[in-house]
Write a protein that binds this ligand. Structure first.
Ligand code: GDP
Length: 527
């Protein structure tokens, strides 16, 4: 009998994601983290594995052609008694809503920045999503083995751009070819980079320990003492509460490629990153230590065989001890479902999960019952909140090649919207279908799947709109006034909620000023 309780299991779990701009080194860092956790044995296997998996699916040809991963995968590994669930967010510029939603299922994130480039556009976007949910961020300044910017300059940029307090937990010794390693400011250790990667650890008593001179050239020691001393003075001390509230980011320096600084980063996540959080529902807060199992779906992925319309729903366990075969209530439909074949994800494998704990992600195979945002609950009738749709950044009008198929088209678009592939809006006037996405790739997936799975050929043409806002008002008359005055800009989303389509940001601002009682929301809680 397993004596583990949900509270104890949760305390030793860290569920996190890595956010970065393409090329900053997320894939390389992921490999090194998995290597540390013993989850893979040779760096490089993450990509190889991805390729094998891709070959199994037809519609995923898109990924293959573009050499990127559409899927958000989960990697679980253990180190020193802690179970890490690393949720991968696609790192290409063509990212999608899945990227955003994945962040609703994590308790913390690692922000990887390229030491020569600092904060880049996509890092900033993803950071903003983290901020929406107060997700604490650990910063990893990568590629210190190349010509980098001055560490103070990088930290200033993080502090100013993201409005965060910044506290270095390690300090780099040199950079580029002269990068010798780091000084561990938490444990007072020298960590020197070994030729074949990794670090050699030398315990010291502090920055003024004369032993430093034995291991480093004199000018390096002097620079280290000056800089690290200044950093300690200029930066606030590490404060756990402030970090966990999302106000402070601890910073590590390293080189993922040389496998340097990665162990310290993981240690930092193990020591500081929050265990599974208490989650909000429409009725009350659910603590991970509660006995009854609850979870929510944050991503749905079409299964490998498009003919069978199988889906895998990715569910984050929020409380209780999940056992294979258990029955859970599917709150939206009011039906019970027995989960016979839950899947656990490992770097090299997927296997049936006999049990899972708060913070874990399991894959639930289904035939379309489960949608993004759904709650599964062992007993109580609750719905998790905070798994939003995000305002689309690209809008396209759908053109149907064969007008006889318009009914099929509606069904296909709504069903794919439920799965979270794209968002869909039906215009009030004229009834055109508009699809909205945050990344171009979602559009390609949509066109391919509508044709392959529903036999409907479509093309997409520019829509005269730039973005969409869900509109809410306390009283119906206020909302009706907006809708009447703007019929050409109004639409309904897949759930029938009113949406304002804006031609540009000027128009959006103007309408907001004209209708102060209407809330124009860039996110929508899923129904
Ligand atoms: P991703 O797009 O964020 O997943 O980035 P990758 O991990 O694919 O890395 C992008 C490129 O940067 C690759 O050529 C890596 O080999 C290289 N790279 C990653 N980390 C480091 C590092 O620490 N030092 C150096 N010099 N190159 C790195």
């Amino acid at each position: 009998m397993n004596a583990l309780t949900p509270a104890a299991a949760a305390a030793n779990r860290r569920t996190f994601a890595i956010i970065s701009h393409p090329d900053a080194g997320k894939t390389t860092l992921t490999e090194k983290l998995l290597l540390l956790g013993g989850a893979i044995h040779l760096a490089g296997e993450v990509k190889a594995k991805g390729e094998r998996r891709r070959a199994r699916s037809d519609w995923m040809k898109i990924e293959q052609e573009r050499g990127i991963s559409v899927t958000t995968s989960v990697m679980t590994f253990e180190r020193q008694g802690i179970t890490y669930n690393l949720l991968d967010t696609p790192g290409h510029e063509d990212f999608s809503e899945d990227t955003y939603r994945t962040l609703t299922a994590v308790d913390s994130a690692v922000m990887v920045i390229d030491a020569a480039r600092g904060i880049e556009t996509q890092t900033l976007k993803l950071f903003e999503v983290c901020r929406l949910r107060d997700i604490p961020i650990t910063t990893f300044v990568n590629k210190m083995d190349r010509e980098a910017r001055d560490p103070f300059e990088i930290m200033d940029e993080v502090a100013e751009t993201l409005a965060l307090d910044v506290t270095p937990l390690s300090w780099p010794i040199g950079m580029g070819r002269e990068f010798l390693g780091c000084y561990d400011l938490v444990r007072d250790r020298l960590i020197l980079m070994k030729k074949d990667g990794g670090g050699e650890i030398i315990d010291v008593t502090g920055l003024d320990d004369p032993a430093l001179e034995k291991h480093l050239p004199a000018e390096r020691v002097e620079a280290l003492r000056d800089e690290a001393g200044l950093a300690k003075e200029a930066c606030p001390p590490f404060d756990m509460e402030s970090y966990r509230a999302g106000h402070l980011t601890p910073v590590f320096f390293g080189s993922a490629l040389r496998n340097f600084g990665v162990a310290e980063l993981l240690q930092g996540i193990g020591d500081n990153a929050p265990p599974p959080r208490t989650q909000s529902t429409d009725k009350r807060e659910i603590a991970p230590g509660e006995d009854k199992v609850t979870g929510f779906v944050f991503k749905v992925q079409a299964n490998m065989d498009p003919k069978h319309r199988d889906r895998i729903a990715f569910m984050r366990i929020c409380s209780g001890r999940f056992n294979r075969g258990m029955k859970m209530n599917h709150i939206r439909s009011g039906k019970q479902m027995a989960i016979h074949n839950p899947i656990l994800f490992f770097a090299e494998d997927r296997e049936l999960a006999d049990e899972a704990w708060p913070g874990d992600i399991i894959g639930v195979p289904n035939h379309g019952t489960l949608r993004v945002g759904d709650t599964l609950s062992e007993s109580e009738d609750i719905r998790f909140t905070g798994i939003p749709n995000f305002a689309p950044e690209i809008l396209r009008r759908v053109r149907l090649d064969d007008p006889m198929k318009s009914k099929h088209l509606g069904r296909a678009l709504i069903s794919l919207a439920e799965e979270g592939v794209t968002q869909v809006f039906k215009r009030t006037m004229g009834g055109d279908w508009i699809v909205g996405v945050v990344g171009q790739l979602q559009l390609d997936v949509l066109v391919t799947r509508v044709e392959q799975e529903y036999g409907v050929k479509i093309s997409l043409e520019p829509a005269p709109f730039q973005t969409a806002r869900w509109v809410y008002a306390d009283d119906k008359a206020t909302l009706d006034k907006l809708i009447k005055a703007n019929t050409t800009a109004m639409a309904e989303d897949g759930d029938g909620q009113p949406v304002f389509l804006a031609r540009n940001s000027w128009e959006l601002n103007y309408q907001q000023e004209q209708n102060p009682k209407v809330q124009f929301s860039a996110t929508k809680e899923r129904a």
